[in-house]
Write a protein that binds this ligand. Structure first.
Ligand code: TMP
Ligand code: ASP
Length: 239
């Protein structure tokens, strides 16, 4: 239970509460886990706490490298105080190695390293199951200027470089990840949502073993153990 009672929104993996501060929200990480647009549901004990711990450390690490995010502080067992932002309704996926939906769509075997990081945009819309959108579609249909998309793309690429380095240092290959951005009251674009094994593909460097939500999606077992492993490894390098 959180100390906040004014629930604004409940998502698949998090709840958003109002706080006494008008420009801050409280995010509570739930123990639930979903895949395939919530067709598949699961849970494991302490998942919320593990993911909060991972997300908080990753945001602090990125913040130390000049990546502005909505993160303010970890609070409570499984919560985080964040700056209030208006989420930009596009999910930004960065791929270093081809896997998941793009590998499947193009009929290419998973695990092919890309010659440069690939940035893709998906419309954040559960009813439509988050469809892929091209940059031209974003510009012409959603009227978002090229310059703003370029800013977001470059931001995502910078985040990718820092995350690759962080994970490499703990024996993990960052295959791909999804991030979301939001705008604060002053119009600044901030990294938002979360960075956890729910929204990254993380493969052990030595064994290629998956340490992320694919273990749940694909019924590979040891979901909890893998998330905890990622947290433990991060704690060895980040306080
Ligand atoms: P994909 O290969 O299924 O498109 O996923 C790419 C990355 O984005 C992968 O690390 C999982 C993450 N992701 C999310 O976090 N949320 C989503 O809704 C989807 C589809 C992917
Ligand atoms: N996060 C999405 C869901 O909850 C899709 C996925 O990650 O596979 O359904």
């Amino acid at each position: 239970m959180s100390q906040y009672s004014d629930l604004l929104y409940e998502g698949k993996a998090k709840k958003v509460f109002k706080t006494p501060a008008p420009d801050q929200y409280y995010l509570e990480f739930k123990d639930s886990l979903t895949a395939f647009n919530a067709l598949k549901k699961g849970t494991f004990e302490n998942k919320g706490q593990v993911n909060r711990d991972i997300a908080a450390r990753v945001f602090e690490y990125l913040g130390g490298r000049g990546i502005a995010s909505h993160y303010v502080r970890a609070e409570g067992r499984n919560g985080m105080v964040v700056k209030k932002v208006e989420i930009i309704p596009f999910e930004v996926v960065v791929r270093n190695v081809l896997a998941g939906s793009t590998a499947k769509k193009l009929g290419i075997e998973e695990g092919v390293a890309l010659s440069e990081p690939l940035v893709e945009f998906y419309l954040k819309n559960d009813e439509l199951a988050d469809p892929f959108v091209s940059e031209e579609q974003i510009r012409i249909i959603y009227k978002i200027a090229n310059a703003q998309m370029l800013e977001i793309k470059n931001y995502a690429l910078k985040i990718n470089e820092y995350l690759k380095e962080l994970f490499l240092g703990i024996g993990i290959r960052l295959i791909d990840f999804k991030v979301e951005f939001g705008k604060d009251g002053q119009g600044n674009v901030l990294l938002a949502d979360e960075i956890t094994p729910d929204c990254c593909r993380l493969w052990d460097i030595k064994t290629n073993e998956k340490l992320d939500k694919d273990r749940f999606r694909r019924d590979l077992g040891s979901v909890k153990e893998s998330y905890e492993d990622v947290k433990q490894r991060l704690m060895q390098v980040l306080k």
